[in-house]
Design a protein around this ligand. Structure first.
Ligand SMILES: Nc1ncnc2c1ncn2[C@@H]1O[C@H](COP(=O)(O)OP(=O)(O)OP(=O)(O)O)[C@@H](O)[C@H]1O
Length: 735
């Protein structure tokens, strides 16, 4: 459903919201000056205490911007919000248009914008607080100063600079980690950014930026090297000049809490499920020359004792298919593109052999140094995912001298740097923060032996691809011949495979476990025909039936995530949310509340679609279907992990989802799921000759897109050869 439709739907409901404030975000005493206390409708203002109480119980504080609140109101909300697990709103005018210095907050807010959320004119964007509170459905109606006063901070990040991104739009994949960078580093696709400012704030930016040829985003000065000193002034606590501050944007002050250090926490894991052994029956195809044979047991990998101990403590007794094939390939020093179903252990498939190599090579303990030169960089598209990978790296390297470090956007840059300078062998990073740190000359690339792209298709698409290209052409980065490059994902569209070749040695191996881009068979998929205006009712009905079982509800836009989370809380369903407009602290809090079961429902945008491994997620509900089938595959893969079973229910809206009918039928069929007759009918009526399964290219690449490779072997994962069906593309040379 488009945003505009959504506006139409939410507007009538918005007036019934109970605004709840987060204590640390709103204080009329401190920030009241920036509030325009224009009265708003009483229905918006004066909701009864019962509902407020409900929010309180349900752990949800919908922090819309209600700048017209008086101090008394604010205090009441302070009480509620501190108990709330869900603080939607972020900025309450204190950093609004009157405040050009951006005392605090999140620099990522400057570029974390979506085209859908940026329909406001530049005047309205001007100097608004950078972080997005809940954008009221009314805010498309006003743009004058008084409105900005009253609701200026509403817009927050959403007002921002109008950094629309073609791929992220409002369905976010950490846009602060990707598209904004392409504007800065690789030539902007957003001409509005360069040259003319969008208002006070962006003017000041473009003012600074124009010395270098216009606004280029935070990263620009880093990459050109000019940001070095300004970083010092910011991250090392020195004074920033106005120009620097304006150019740099608001400081990010969030320092994530360190993960628990005790062994039990490090090795905490959930159980494999009843279908874990069924993995062995999945066909695996390896293509490329001279692939080493698969291993069948951990012992065959010949790992060192410490690694074996860690594997045992992690509860791994048996290899998953992707591990059986990838581990020997990586140990043999080969480049690899591996595609395996969600939740089937791809992370360990690359971490274990990399660590084994490092141990074998006699890695020296890394020590404090201003410039660290890690041996391995792992990049992934979202902050929560890199953090998860880091925790896995820390687990498997436990008791060794290998030090893993994680850095990601939305956290204080100085904190990232402090982590790095203490020593770094394996760096897990989101692309944006990685490029920043490289620009600050805290990371040298000369020693890189392993470059891992997790969710590689995402890392190479138009959102992150330019950033990745920049990374491999950074000074010092060993050429592809000199490093080992590893790519993992559950989906690998053909066109992305072709792009990947630039990163990989020509003799890379391709491992396909099951159907490339196929859904996990342990997820029972149901598609329901639900019209836009019935979705909420249906959602509540389903959630009430589900009870307390952990459920992720995916929606297409950030503001809808806020809206649905608010709505569910009103329905007394304890809910939290995660999306790219929430501050990192809030995102981590939300994930924590969901993981521990405090909020059994997590409403999420695509930011949570990939990679997240959360125990006991029994249900995924696609309140909105995503725009692409590969996104669907990743989303439903948040359940049914590691041999456990799960359920996915998708609302199919005849008005907007017909383009997905065909690929959906294919995914359902391949995963041996029931296909509703009505869906088949739609798929048939929208039949596109030569259909290849995706709205954007061929998700269903039968396997390796290279042609005519030799040495293709097709095995099931117990190691037995199966019939080698000729590949239709075998008759051409792929080099
Ligand atoms: N051999 C194994 N034995 C037991 N558990 C395993 C094994 N390999 C991985 N796991 C566990 O399975 C879960 C899923 O693994 P992981 O997150 O690496 O999956 P993935 O394939 O990367 O999924 P996605 O495609 O969603 O990113 C994790 O909890 C991991 O610890």
């Amino acid at each position: 459903m488009g945003d505009e439709d959504w506006e139409a739907e939410i507007k009538p409901h918005m007036s019934s919201y109970v605004p709840i404030f987060e204590k640390d975000r709103y204080s009329s005493g401190e920030n009241g000056d920036n509030f325009n206390r224009t009265p708003t409708s009483s229905s918006e203002m004066d909701d009864g205490p019962s509902r407020r109480d409900h929010f309180l119980k349900s752990g949800f504080a919908s922090g819309r911007n209600f700048g017209n609140r008086d101090a008394g109101e604010s205090n009441k909300r302070d009480n509620t919000s501190t108990m709330g697990g869900f603080g939607v709103g972020k900025s309450f005018g204190n950093r609004g248009f009157s405040n050009s210095k951006f005392e605090d907050g999140d620099s990522s807010g400057f570029w974390r914008e979506s085209s859908n959320d940026c329909e406001d004119n530049p005047t309205r964007n001007r100097g608004f607080s950078k972080r997005g509170g809940y954008r009221d459905g009314n805010n498309s109606e006003a743009s004058g100063p008084s409105r900005r006063g009253g609701r200026g901070s509403f817009r927050g990040c959403r007002g921002g600079f109008g950094l629309g991104s073609p791929t992220n739009q409002d369905n976010d994949l950490d846009p602060d980690e990707c598209m904004q960078r392409t504007g800065g580093l690789f030539g902007s696709r957003r001409p509005a950014l360069s040259g003319t400012g969008n208002g006070d704030t962006s003017q000041s930016r473009s003012g600074s930026g124009s010395e270098r040829g216009g606004y280029k985003g935070l990263n620009e000065e880093v990459i050109t090297g000019s940001g070095k000193n300004s970083w010092k002034s910011e991250a090392e606590g020195g004074e920033s000049s106005d120009t620097q501050v304006k150019f740099q944007g608001p400081k990010v002050t969030y320092i994530p809490p360190p993960p628990p250090e005790d062994e039990d926490s490090i090795f905490a894991h959930y159980q494999t499920g009843i279908n874990f052994d069924k993995y062995d029956t999945i066909l695996v195809e390896v293509s490329g020359h001279d692939a080493p044979p698969a291993i069948l047991t951990f012992e065959e990998a010949n790992l060192c004792q410490t690694l074996n101990n860690n594997i045992a403590k992690a509860g791994y007794t048996k290899l998953t298919p992707v591990q059986k094939y990838s581990i020997p390939i990586i140990l043999a020093g080969r480049d690899l593109m591996a595609c395996a179903q969600t939740g089937s252990g791809k992370t360990a498939a690359f971490l274990l052999p990399i660590l084994a190599h490092m141990m074998h090579d006699g890695i020296t303990a890394s020590r404090f140094k201003e410039l660290q030169e890690p041996e391995c960089i792992i990049v992934a598209p979202t902050r929560e995912l890199v953090n998860q990978i880091y925790l896995e790296a820390r687990k498997f390297s436990f008791g060794t001298c290998v030090r893993a470090v994680v850095i990601y956007g939305g956290t204080q840059l100085g904190h990232s740097i402090r982590q790095i300078v203490q020593g770094c062998n394996i760096l897990c990073a989101t692309p944006g923060r990685l490029m920043d740190i490289i620009g600050k000359e805290k990371i040298g690339l000369k020693q890189i032996k392993y470059l891992v792209l997790d969710e590689a298709d995402r890392m190479l698409d138009m959102g992150f691809g330019p950033e990745m290209k920049k990374l491999i052409s950074c000074p010092g980065m060993p050429s592809k011949e000199q490093r080992q490059t590893l790519m993992f994902s559950a989906t690998f569209p053909e066109e992305i495979q072709r792009l990947a070749a630039e990163f990989l040695k020509s003799n890379y191996l391709f491992v396909a476990v099951g159907q490339v881009g196929g859904a996990c068979r342990d997820v029972q998929q149901t598609v329901l025909q639900v019209g836009q205006f019935s979705k909420r009712e249906k959602l509540v009905e389903i959630l009430r039936n589900i009870g307390d079982e952990r459920t992720m509800v995916f929606v297409e836009t950030k503001k809808k995530a806020d809206f649905i989370a608010t709505f569910l809380c009103q329905e007394k369903i304890s809910t939290t949310s995660i999306h790219g407009d929430r501050e990192q602290r809030e995102r981590e809090q939300a994930l924590g509340d969901f993981r521990c079961g405090k909020c059994p429902v997590l409403v999420a945008t695509s930011v949570a679609a990939r990679g997240l491994d959360i125990e006991n997620v029994q249900h995924v509900i696609n309140f909105d279907l995503p725009s692409t089938i590969d996104e669907y595959v990743h989303r439903i893969g948040r359940t049914g992990r590691c041999g456990n079973t799960g359920r996915a229910i998708s609302f199919f809206d005849l008005e907007s989802d017909n383009h997905l009918a065909q690929p959906l039928v294919k995914v359902l069929t391949d995963a041996q799921q029931d296909v509703p007759a009505w869906l088949e009918e739609i798929a048939f009526s929208t039949y596109i000759p030569g259909f290849s399964g995706s709205t954007r290219g061929n998700v269903f690449a039968s396997v390796d897109t290279r042609k005519n490779y030799q040495g293709k072997s097709s095995l099931n994962t117990a190691g037995f050869s199966s019939s080698q069906a000729p590949n239709p593309v075998d008759d051409e040379s792929w080099d």
